[in-house]
Write a protein that binds this ligand. Structure first.
Ligand code: FES
Length: 617
């Protein structure tokens, strides 16, 4: 039991919320335990600098990590890293908006799920003949025959339902509603139940989680809800999460509870919006990367991060929803679609399922750009996939003023006579998200402020550009910078791009493009053979195609060949929820699509170095 003297109070500003934290935990851990999510891209190992807070209580020591991220003036005014601050006294702390993990712009829509309606969850309404002296079949035989007559294949009846079977049948005068999930009877109700069974399709992304509630008798989508994956508090990328699970005694359980809690919240929201009861949900079908799937099932993902990067399973997994703590029908189930490899998960299977890439006659390329970029290339003859460590630059990490696509993020940048920035939520800018970053670099390339090698040119070397733009190239304590929005233009602080930021973009786009090149080589094709480029996922959906082409993030193809397919991983989950045929197709995808391990490709490093260059002209 925690005694009061073992805890200290921490007051969070600006809302004035008072928390009790265990003495000695870091401020990051304490806020996480209280359900306040701070950004912690590196998972608390003091390398990202995202967990900035301002401590208003005097005398809090400065760690060497603080000294790396803050200048003297900032340290003197109380700026510290929450992950390095051990709470040993009462504290008053301001959490700036840019440090809070919330308000994310989340893509919920995908392409339509066109599949025949043949879900694993079915409800049969049966009218059975009552036994007589000349019809002595047992209750179970009677039910079995009735279900077969209604179209159910052989159904197993669990012991608990057998125990109540005689009373249930007689209570409804042998008229009953039976709900069957994957050939197993999960519920038998006397009489006619008019409501339909429901299911939830979920896409668990490293950053965001989207859930969709479906009526399993009509296939209709009734509600959509989404949230930031609360695991972001333990690191932005899968490797940081794996590290957290490995290095903290209760790390795996904490991460599992975080995602399960979030799923329960999403299910609650869906139920409220569609006026459906939790107990009317019988199945949740999930897609996600292989690490997310491991964490959801509470399976140690440690070996995914070590060569040869193998997960604990590949085929689809089904477990009782209760076993993992999901709150739906007590006998409801959780199904996770199959993955392809340690770094290519069921979300990619979902994308392939939804875009029908495995059936395509022509060569197509699908890209899901996230912290890892998953790439699928080929046609029905041969489909290859790989995962590139694109790095979290496009999600705003490791960028001086990077942030996620949340309120206050610059999401569009255009150069004319001067720089024009569009900000999410029409408010003063706090930083820039991935699409803003790509736009900014693409525009700097176009006007020649950045050269093909990625070098930011000093003002005296910049050629013909409008003067207001030239004046934004400045020398600064961070080196050469390009000012996007200055304090005098209404930003709370100067927001600029550094030379290092441009290098991070080169690394990210280089990794992705080198992955595409490697798959092309493996298939013996070139850019020109690609008939369509499908951009999946939230980031892909908001990207400006011309800007992505300009920085060489995508193959040099006419812009009309690039299409957005939205949250197609989520569409894949919906298809599998509605159709057992789609589940078999997912299994086929997992077995047929060939995974290419880039680390094993002999010339990957050379391809990568080449791919880091920006296209000329
Ligand atoms: S520096 Fe604190 S979480 Fe990364």
């Amino acid at each position: 039991m925690t005694r009061l003297s073992d805890t200290v109070s921490v007051v969070l500003q600006p809302e004035g919320r008072r928390l009790r934290m265990r003495r000695g935990v870091t401020l990051l851990e304490g806020t996480q335990e209280a359900g306040v999510d701070l950004l912690a891209t590196c998972g608390g190992v003091a390398t990202c600098g995202r967990c900035r807070v301002r401590v208003l209580t005097r005398g809090v020591p400065v760690t060497s990590a603080d000294a790396r991220f803050f200048d003297q003036e900032e340290l003197a005014s109380g700026w510290r890293l929450a992950c390095q601050l051990h709470v040993d006294r009462h504290l008053l702390v301001t959490i700036p908006e840019g440090t809070r993990a919330f308000d994310q712009k989340i893509l919920e829509a995908g392409i339509a799920a066109n599949v025949p309606l043949e879900p694993a969850v079915r409800r049969f309404r049966v009218q059975l003949p009552a036994p007589t002296l000349t019809d002595l079949a047992s209750d179970l035989e009677r039910l079995d025959a009735g279900l077969k007559g209604a179209g159910a294949e052989s159904v197993t009846v669990p012991h608990a339902l057998l125990q109540s079977l005689p009373q249930t049948l007689r209570a409804g005068e042998f008229h009953a509603s039976a709900t069957v999930v994957d050939g197993q009877l999960v519920e038998l109700i006397p009489g006619e139940v008019s409501t339909a069974p429901h299911g939830v399709a979920v896409d668990i992304g490293t950053t965001t989680i989207v859930g969709m509630l479906l009526d399993l008798e009509t296939g209709e989508e009734l509600a959509v809800a989404s949230a930031t994956n609360p695991q972001v508090a333990y690191g932005d990328d899968v490797v940081s999460r794996i590290n957290h699970a490995r290095t903290h005694p209760d790390g795996l359980r904490t991460l599992q509870q975080a995602v399960v809690g979030c799923l329960n919240d999403i299910i609650g929201q869906l139920c409220r919006r569609a006026r459906v009861r939790r107990r009317d949900i019988y199945e949740v079908v999930v897609v996600g990367n292989t690490t997310m799937a491991h964490l959801l099932l509470g399976v140690n993902p440690e070996f995914i991060a070590q060569a040869p990067y193998v997960g604990a399973w590949r085929s689809a997994r089904t477990v009782g929803a209760r076993e993992v703590g999901l709150r739906l029908h007590p006998r409801g189930q959780l199904t996770i679609l199959p993955n392809i490899a340690g770094f290519v998960g069921s979300d990619t299977v979902g994308v392939i399922l939804a875009t029908r890439l495995l059936e395509s006659e022509r060569v197509e390329l699908a890209i899901d750009i996230g912290t890892n970029g998953e790439i699928v290339l080929g046609s029905r003859g041969r489909l290859l996939c790989c995962s590139t460590a694109a790095g979290p630059a496009f999600e705003g990490a490791r960028i001086r003023f990077g942030m996620r696509a949340a309120a206050g993020a610059i999401e569009r940048v255009t150069f004319a006579e001067d720089v024009h920035c569009e900000v999410i939520g029409a408010r003063s800018p706090l930083g820039m998200c991935g699409t803003g970053l790509i736009d900014a670099v693409a525009e700097l390339l176009r006007v020649g402020v950045v050269d093909a090698g990625g070098r930011l040119r000093p003002p005296e070397e910049v050629g013909e550009v409008p003067e207001p733009i030239r004046r934004r190239v400045r020398r600064h304590s961070d080196g050469l910078i390009f000012l996007l929005v200055g304090r005098e233009e209404g930003a709370p602080e100067d927001i600029y791009l550094t030379q290092r930021d441009v290098r991070e973009v080169q690394l990210a786009k280089g990794a992705l493009f080198a992955g595409i090149r490697t798959l092309e080589r493996e298939l013996g094709i070139s850019d020109a053979d690609i008939s369509r480029v499908l951009l999946a996922g939230a980031f892909g959906n908001y990207i400006r195609r011309d800007m992505a082409l300009r920085i060489g993030l995508l193959p040099a193809l006419p812009v009309e060949r690039v299409e957005f397919v939205g949250n197609s991983a989520g569409t894949g989950a919906k298809m599998a929820l509605l159709s057992t045929g789609a589940r078999s197709a997912a299994e086929r995808i997992s077995r047929t699509v060939e995974y290419v391990e880039l680390a094993a490709s002999a010339d990957f490093q050379d391809t990568f170095a080449e791919a880091m260059l920006f296209p000329l002209g």
